[in-house]
Ligand binder design. Sequence first.
Ligand code: AMP
Length: 463
Amino acid sequence: MINLYNTLTRKKEIFKPMNGNRVKMFVCGPTVYDNSHIGHARTYISFDVIVRYLKYRGFTVFYLQNITDIDDKIIKRSKESGFDPLKLARQFEKKYQDCMKAMGVESVNFYARATEHLPEIIQQIQTLLEKRFAYETDKGVYFDESRFPDFGKLSNRKLEDLTVHRINPDTSKKNPGDFALWKKRKGEPVWDSPWGPGRPGWHIEDTAITEEYFGPQYDIHGGGLDLIFPHHEAEIAQMESASGKKPMVSYWMHTGFLNVKGEKMSKSLGNFITIKDLLKTHNPEVFRFFVLSTHYRSPIDFSNEILEQSQNSLKRIYKLLETIDELLESDIEESTENDLLCKQRVQETEESFLEAMDNDFNTPFALSTIFDFIREVNRYINHQEISKKSLNRSKNLIIEFGDILGFNFSQKSSDKSSENIVEDGLLEIITDVRAKLREQKDWELSDDIRNKLKNLHINLEDK
Ligand code: AMP
């Protein structure tokens, strides 16, 4: 039985999907106006592991994520860069997908772009208007927040806290807390609607998308802590008002922030490291290990020192697996003396690991059970008290845990050592410099670089 913490009820609950073992899960995706940073990666790796574990426990999961590909930030960025906003969004969406792939985030079944769901968005706004939960002004269509007394049930925050909407007071609104469902606009990318040309508000895209694929009620909704208020509150208000059904979502799950010196890593604070930059010097598994060393709901402070500790811990796992492989290939003197004990320890370790994961996906505890086990296996090996059968059993257990957490322990660490990654990073720098030289038509120097790389058996081809 899996127990998970539900932000809505503020307690751990036994997980029971609405429909047998089929799980419908939605996590808010990125706004694609810039490169994703490692704070985003923390959230998406956490949900990746949650889905992997649900599947391991026999659930069939459909994991849906939206892509916010039209928004104020995208339009601002497009004005600054001179790029068409939708092309800009596609570019950063591609980069986001590449980063997720590199980070081993493989569990998302479908990415739904906001701009490809305009009919569903318009339909939901129409329903809200018909049911008088929304009203139209000369600026747009707004949700009438006074018609939804449950507003604030997820965050426990009150109407007065809605400063977010008050920063830019819009006098055409009935209540300061009312939020836009449709923004009437001219000039920007706009879509036709019954209220004239314009574009959707941010909150409505998610509920229109989830209603389309899941219906008005589903199992899990996730996102970072910052989205609880007002974004997720607004989602509840929209969907529960439109459908008249409660609750919209059975379990709300939120990840803690990845911080730098106690402050949330974010674009606006400028204290971010992009995923791409991190991967130039570090193996993605090291970052995954770092993320999983802290519980997904707790804040996690990023530093190179902690990343190094994660690297060392990961090396210990790979070292043991390498030792086991060597022993399995050699003519060791087999000791079957501890076979029974080893079998029992494998069982106990598996139980502790699963118990930790069942307890609201407690990955730090689950990892600690792996290290307790490694210590014991190393002791048996050092005392030559282990058989090939036990070695195989131990190896399989560690690989199985790796699969659940998203590590590929069956592949040798030497194939993905950080040295290779540094090498790849250096090569990228060299090829970038050479591309710039070629742009400046400095053929002599660019040829020189190519020839010197050739001496190192690295062939560069210009296509
Ligand atoms: P955004 O593109 O800003 O909407 O963010 C996409 C997702 O990443 C949301 O679920 C955010 O809550 C999450 N996120 C953004 N910054 C951080 C951070 N520093 N730590 C953890 N999650 C974050």
